[in-house]
Design a protein around this ligand. Structure first.
Ligand SMILES: Nc1ncnc2c1ncn2[C@@H]1O[C@H](COP(=O)(O)OP(=O)(O)OP(=O)(O)O)[C@@H](O)[C@H]1O
Ligand SMILES: [Mg+2]
Length: 360
């Protein structure tokens, strides 16, 4: 057993998210051997917690298949990207906007459940309710009685702290004012609150910061997409044609401002009556999300059905995906979350100083 042999084995392992081998990715940093003991040092495209266990398993399996008596340790470090961020977001690794052209298609519900699903998988997650007209996350996270803790920092600037529920840090204009007040704010005041939300919240270190955007393709969306170094945006739609026109507008807006569209999610795809599980009703039509994704050559991230428990959870302040009984409905959210992380990893691979140019 020598390190060249071991490296050859490691180089052949495939990072399935990226569709490349560790050799192609330049992920094998070094291998140290002392007797039976093998120490493998890897550099992987983040988020690290997502991939580290899989790499550990695959590397051990590859080595032990050839050298059964080896005693293997795998140490994985995250490859750094060169993205520049404002000081408030310095510790935030991946920023994802959840958007839609049309209102009421389930952005906030999706943002709430995706954030919870990512946190449940061990990621550190923040959720920024960027809907300053009609904030939803205080309700969806059961935080309506909370206000925002704020203080002046050393430079005399006001900084605010997120609230936390279910392991997710949440910031919302709803913590600063009542819901009905937000709706009547106009112009410069709105812009001021918005700046505070995106630039003066102390997030600390996060794997993901999810932005729940207000509907549409107006000023707020444009400001955010231009001011924040988003990793990418996901676009939510419902299946029917009338929603798809708005999805097209959303995708075009992101393309115009050079924000990567990580994919399209179709919400409210179908309904399975709990008392007739063999029936499936396509209430809003079928296949619209998939077809608009194909039209714009962006990934389709999955279908999420209609389930009354999701709405009840949203109203009661509990992200339904966390319910141990969430079953196939929870799996729909979890599977969308997995596909988003895969697209985030591809986006990160392509923003390295020497981009790996991984195609979608
Ligand atoms: N998959 C689903 N199953 C059942 N109810 C859902 C589902 N997705 C969303 N809803 C419900 O639909 C309503 C609208 O959802 P939500 O508020 O998330 O939409 P939105 O796109 O954020 O709306 P807005 O454009 O006003 O911000 C809510 O009552 C929510 O509970
Ligand atoms: Mg909303």
């Amino acid at each position: 057993m020598n390190s060249a042999d071991i490296e050859r084995l490691l180089h052949a392992i495939v990072d399935t998210d990226l569709g490349k081998t560790l050799g192609q990715l330049g992920a094998v940093h070094s291998v140290e051997i002392a007797g039976d003991r093998v120490r493998v040092f890897l550099e992987a495209i983040g988020p690290l917690h997502w991939i580290a266990r899989r790499l550990d398993h695959d590397c051990k399996a590859a080595i032990l298949a050839n050298y059964p008596s080896a005693n293997v340790d795998v140490l994985v470090r995250e490859r750094t990207t060169d993205v520049k961020r404002s000081p408030a977001l310095a510790g935030v690794k991946n920023l994802i906007a959840v958007s839609s052209g049309k209102g009421g298609v389930g952005k906030s519900t999706m943002a709430a459940n995706l954030a919870a699903a990512l946190a449940q998988r061990g990621a550190s997650v923040g959720l920024l309710d960027a809907d300053i007209y009609g904030p939803s996350q205080p309700t969806m996270y059961g935080l309506t009685d909370q206000s925002m803790r704020a203080e002046k920092n050393a430079e005399g600037k006001v900084i605010g702290y997120p609230n936390e529920a279910y392991g997710v840090k949440v910031a919302s204009i709803g913590f600063v004012m009542q819901r009905d007040q937000a709706a009547i704010l106009r112009g410069p005041m709105l812009a001021g609150y918005f700046t505070m939300l995106v630039e003066q919240i102390v997030w600390g270190d996060l794997d993901f910061l999810i932005f729940d955007l207000p509907p549409g393709t107006g000023d707020v969306q444009l400001t955010l997409t231009q001011r924040i170094p988003l990793t990418g945006a996901v676009v939510i739609t419902t299946p029917q044609e009338i929603a798809l026109a708005d999805v097209r507008r959303s995708i075009q807006m992101f393309e115009k401002v050079n924000v990567k569209v990580l994919g399209v999610i179709e919400n409210m795809s179908y309904f399975i009556p709990p008392d007739m599980p063999e029936r499936k009703y396509h209430i809003f039509g079928e296949g619209g999300g998939q077809s608009v994704a194909e039209e714009y050559k962006v990934p389709f991230l999955g279908e999420v059905p209609i389930d009354v428990r999701v709405r009840e959870g949203a109203d009661a302040g509990f992200p339904f995906v966390l319910d141990p009984e969430s079953g196939s409905m929870g799996d729909a959210f979890r599977s969308v979350a997995e596909r988003i992380v895969q697209q985030v990893r591809i986006a990160n691979a392509n923003t390295l100083s020497s981009p790996l140019q991984i195609d979608l």
